[in-house]
Write a protein that binds this ligand. Structure first.
Ligand code: SF4
Length: 213
Protein backbone atom coordinates (compact mmCIF):
# COMPACT_ATOMS: atom_id res chain seq x y z
CA UNK A 1 0.00 0.00 0.00
CA UNK A 2 2.80 2.42 0.95
CA UNK A 3 4.66 1.68 -2.26
CA UNK A 4 1.47 2.11 -4.29
CA UNK A 5 0.79 5.45 -2.60
CA UNK A 6 4.32 6.61 -3.40
CA UNK A 7 3.81 5.77 -7.08
CA UNK A 8 0.40 7.48 -7.05
CA UNK A 9 1.93 10.66 -5.67
CA UNK A 10 4.76 10.51 -8.25
CA UNK A 11 2.17 10.04 -11.01
CA UNK A 12 0.10 13.01 -9.86
CA UNK A 13 3.19 15.19 -9.44
CA UNK A 14 4.23 14.51 -13.04
CA UNK A 15 0.74 15.23 -14.36
CA UNK A 16 0.35 18.37 -12.25
CA UNK A 17 3.56 19.74 -13.71
CA UNK A 18 2.43 18.89 -17.22
CA UNK A 19 -1.12 20.24 -16.84
CA UNK A 20 -0.96 23.17 -14.39
CA UNK A 21 -3.90 25.06 -15.89
CA UNK A 22 -7.14 25.52 -13.98
CA UNK A 23 -10.14 23.45 -15.07
CA UNK A 24 -12.19 24.86 -17.98
CA UNK A 25 -15.30 25.13 -15.85
CA UNK A 26 -13.57 27.10 -13.11
CA UNK A 27 -15.06 30.47 -13.98
CA UNK A 28 -13.89 32.28 -10.88
CA UNK A 29 -17.02 32.20 -8.73
CA UNK A 30 -19.36 29.47 -7.45
CA UNK A 31 -22.44 30.69 -9.37
CA UNK A 32 -20.84 30.64 -12.82
CA UNK A 33 -18.84 27.49 -12.15
CA UNK A 34 -21.91 25.59 -10.93
CA UNK A 35 -24.04 26.65 -13.91
CA UNK A 36 -21.30 25.94 -16.44
CA UNK A 37 -20.57 22.53 -14.92
CA UNK A 38 -24.25 21.54 -15.11
CA UNK A 39 -24.35 22.75 -18.72
CA UNK A 40 -21.20 20.81 -19.63
CA UNK A 41 -22.74 17.35 -19.17
CA UNK A 42 -22.60 15.48 -22.50
CA UNK A 43 -21.37 18.62 -24.25
CA UNK A 44 -17.88 19.92 -24.90
CA UNK A 45 -16.50 22.55 -22.55
CA UNK A 46 -15.77 24.70 -25.63
CA UNK A 47 -19.48 24.76 -26.58
CA UNK A 48 -20.44 25.86 -23.07
CA UNK A 49 -17.76 28.54 -22.89
CA UNK A 50 -18.97 29.93 -26.22
CA UNK A 51 -22.60 30.44 -25.19
CA UNK A 52 -22.04 31.19 -21.51
CA UNK A 53 -21.27 34.97 -21.61
CA UNK A 54 -24.48 35.77 -23.53
CA UNK A 55 -26.45 33.46 -21.27
CA UNK A 56 -25.20 35.30 -18.18
CA UNK A 57 -25.91 38.68 -19.76
CA UNK A 58 -29.51 37.63 -20.15
CA UNK A 59 -29.77 35.91 -16.74
CA UNK A 60 -27.18 37.62 -14.52
CA UNK A 61 -28.50 36.37 -11.16
CA UNK A 62 -30.58 33.66 -9.48
CA UNK A 63 -33.66 35.93 -9.30
CA UNK A 64 -33.73 36.42 -13.07
CA UNK A 65 -33.28 32.70 -13.65
CA UNK A 66 -35.85 31.68 -11.07
CA UNK A 67 -38.55 33.90 -12.56
CA UNK A 68 -37.64 33.47 -16.23
CA UNK A 69 -39.84 31.72 -18.76
CA UNK A 70 -38.56 28.16 -19.20
CA UNK A 71 -38.71 28.47 -23.00
CA UNK A 72 -36.56 31.60 -22.80
CA UNK A 73 -33.91 29.82 -20.72
CA UNK A 74 -33.96 26.85 -23.09
CA UNK A 75 -33.63 29.10 -26.17
CA UNK A 76 -30.60 30.79 -24.67
CA UNK A 77 -28.77 27.50 -24.36
CA UNK A 78 -29.96 25.64 -27.45
CA UNK A 79 -26.45 25.20 -28.86
CA UNK A 80 -25.56 22.63 -26.19
CA UNK A 81 -26.73 19.05 -25.73
CA UNK A 82 -29.80 18.20 -23.64
CA UNK A 83 -30.62 21.91 -23.39
CA UNK A 84 -34.32 21.45 -22.56
CA UNK A 85 -33.63 19.22 -19.56
CA UNK A 86 -30.77 21.43 -18.44
CA UNK A 87 -32.97 24.55 -18.68
CA UNK A 88 -35.55 22.89 -16.40
CA UNK A 89 -32.86 21.90 -13.89
CA UNK A 90 -31.30 25.35 -13.90
CA UNK A 91 -34.59 27.15 -13.28
CA UNK A 92 -35.40 24.81 -10.34
CA UNK A 93 -31.85 25.13 -9.06
CA UNK A 94 -32.15 28.94 -9.00
CA UNK A 95 -35.44 28.69 -7.08
CA UNK A 96 -33.89 26.23 -4.58
CA UNK A 97 -30.81 28.35 -3.99
CA UNK A 98 -32.95 31.43 -3.33
CA UNK A 99 -35.39 29.60 -1.08
CA UNK A 100 -33.09 27.28 0.89
CA UNK A 101 -29.65 28.87 0.74
CA UNK A 102 -30.28 32.60 0.83
CA UNK A 103 -29.05 33.00 -2.73
CA UNK A 104 -25.63 31.44 -2.08
CA UNK A 105 -24.21 28.26 -3.59
CA UNK A 106 -23.82 25.80 -0.69
CA UNK A 107 -20.34 24.52 0.06
CA UNK A 108 -20.92 20.97 1.28
CA UNK A 109 -21.44 17.75 -0.69
CA UNK A 110 -24.54 17.02 1.36
CA UNK A 111 -26.25 20.27 0.33
CA UNK A 112 -24.94 20.46 -3.23
CA UNK A 113 -26.36 17.08 -4.22
CA UNK A 114 -29.81 18.21 -3.04
CA UNK A 115 -29.84 20.80 -5.83
CA UNK A 116 -31.65 20.16 -9.08
CA UNK A 117 -29.32 18.84 -11.80
CA UNK A 118 -26.39 18.35 -9.40
CA UNK A 119 -24.87 14.89 -8.90
CA UNK A 120 -21.71 13.92 -7.04
CA UNK A 121 -19.47 14.70 -10.03
CA UNK A 122 -20.73 18.27 -10.43
CA UNK A 123 -20.71 18.79 -6.65
CA UNK A 124 -17.09 17.58 -6.45
CA UNK A 125 -16.04 19.94 -9.26
CA UNK A 126 -17.62 22.90 -7.47
CA UNK A 127 -16.20 21.94 -4.06
CA UNK A 128 -12.68 21.61 -5.39
CA UNK A 129 -12.58 24.56 -7.80
CA UNK A 130 -14.68 27.12 -5.92
CA UNK A 131 -14.31 26.22 -2.27
CA UNK A 132 -10.86 24.67 -2.28
CA UNK A 133 -12.14 21.52 -0.59
CA UNK A 134 -10.70 18.12 -1.43
CA UNK A 135 -13.06 16.19 -3.71
CA UNK A 136 -12.76 13.56 -6.43
CA UNK A 137 -14.92 14.29 -9.46
CA UNK A 138 -15.20 11.02 -11.35
CA UNK A 139 -16.02 11.94 -14.93
CA UNK A 140 -15.42 9.79 -18.01
CA UNK A 141 -11.64 10.54 -18.05
CA UNK A 142 -11.10 9.84 -14.35
CA UNK A 143 -13.15 6.64 -14.61
CA UNK A 144 -11.17 5.31 -17.58
CA UNK A 145 -7.67 6.38 -16.53
CA UNK A 146 -7.99 5.22 -12.90
CA UNK A 147 -8.80 1.76 -14.17
CA UNK A 148 -6.01 1.70 -16.73
CA UNK A 149 -3.51 2.76 -14.08
CA UNK A 150 -4.75 0.01 -11.77
CA UNK A 151 -6.00 2.42 -9.10
CA UNK A 152 -9.63 1.29 -9.31
CA UNK A 153 -11.73 -1.60 -10.55
CA UNK A 154 -15.28 -0.42 -9.85
CA UNK A 155 -18.04 -0.72 -12.41
CA UNK A 156 -19.55 2.68 -11.76
CA UNK A 157 -18.30 6.18 -10.81
CA UNK A 158 -19.51 5.93 -7.20
CA UNK A 159 -17.46 2.79 -6.53
CA UNK A 160 -14.43 4.25 -8.34
CA UNK A 161 -14.70 7.43 -6.24
CA UNK A 162 -14.70 5.32 -3.05
CA UNK A 163 -11.71 3.27 -4.24
CA UNK A 164 -9.76 6.42 -5.09
CA UNK A 165 -10.65 8.05 -1.78
CA UNK A 166 -9.18 5.08 0.07
CA UNK A 167 -6.02 4.98 -2.00
CA UNK A 168 -5.10 8.59 -2.74
CA UNK A 169 -4.00 10.95 0.07
CA UNK A 170 -6.57 13.69 0.73
CA UNK A 171 -4.36 16.57 -0.40
CA UNK A 172 -4.18 15.04 -3.88
CA UNK A 173 -7.90 14.34 -4.36
CA UNK A 174 -8.74 17.45 -6.38
CA UNK A 175 -5.69 17.04 -8.60
CA UNK A 176 -7.02 13.74 -9.93
CA UNK A 177 -9.78 15.35 -11.99
CA UNK A 178 -7.85 18.54 -12.73
CA UNK A 179 -4.99 16.58 -14.32
CA UNK A 180 -6.74 13.50 -15.71
CA UNK A 181 -9.14 15.55 -17.85
CA UNK A 182 -6.43 17.25 -19.97
CA UNK A 183 -4.27 14.09 -19.85
CA UNK A 184 -7.23 12.02 -21.09
CA UNK A 185 -7.86 14.42 -23.98
CA UNK A 186 -4.19 14.60 -24.86
CA UNK A 187 -2.55 11.17 -24.30
CA UNK A 188 -4.59 8.57 -22.42
CA UNK A 189 -7.46 8.94 -24.86
CA UNK A 190 -10.65 6.87 -24.96
CA UNK A 191 -10.16 4.15 -27.56
CA UNK A 192 -6.42 3.92 -28.16
CA UNK A 193 -4.17 5.55 -25.55
CA UNK A 194 -0.81 6.90 -26.72
CA UNK A 195 1.33 4.93 -24.27
CA UNK A 196 4.49 5.38 -26.39
CA UNK A 197 4.52 9.07 -25.45
CA UNK A 198 3.09 8.75 -21.96
CA UNK A 199 5.05 10.44 -19.15
CA UNK A 200 3.62 8.10 -16.50
CA UNK A 201 4.03 4.87 -18.47
CA UNK A 202 6.25 3.26 -15.85
CA UNK A 203 3.58 3.70 -13.16
CA UNK A 204 0.76 2.28 -15.27
CA UNK A 205 -0.66 -1.27 -15.10
CA UNK A 206 -2.59 -1.19 -18.37
CA UNK A 207 -2.18 -4.51 -20.15
CA UNK A 208 -2.69 -3.27 -23.75
CA UNK A 209 -0.13 -0.48 -23.88
CA UNK A 210 0.46 0.86 -27.37
CA UNK A 211 4.04 0.82 -28.67
CA UNK A 212 4.07 3.36 -31.50
CA UNK A 213 1.93 5.90 -33.35
S1 SF4 B 1 0.70 4.04 -20.26
FE1 SF4 B 1 -1.00 4.21 -21.71
S2 SF4 B 1 -2.80 3.46 -20.61
FE2 SF4 B 1 -1.21 3.91 -19.10
S3 SF4 B 1 -1.65 6.00 -18.43
FE3 SF4 B 1 -0.15 6.12 -20.07
S4 SF4 B 1 -1.36 6.41 -21.95
FE4 SF4 B 1 -2.76 5.69 -20.34
Amino acid sequence: MQQQQASIISTLKILKKLYPQKPDMDLGNPEDSLLATIMSARTTDAQVLKMFPDFRKKFPNWKKLASADLIDIAKSMNTIGLFRNKAKSIKSLAQQILKDYDGKVPDTMEDLVKLSGVGRKTASCVLSTCFNKPAIAVDTHVFRISKRLGWAKGKNPIIVEKELAKLVPLKWWSHINHTFVPFGRDICKPGKPQCYRCPINKYCNYSNKTQKA
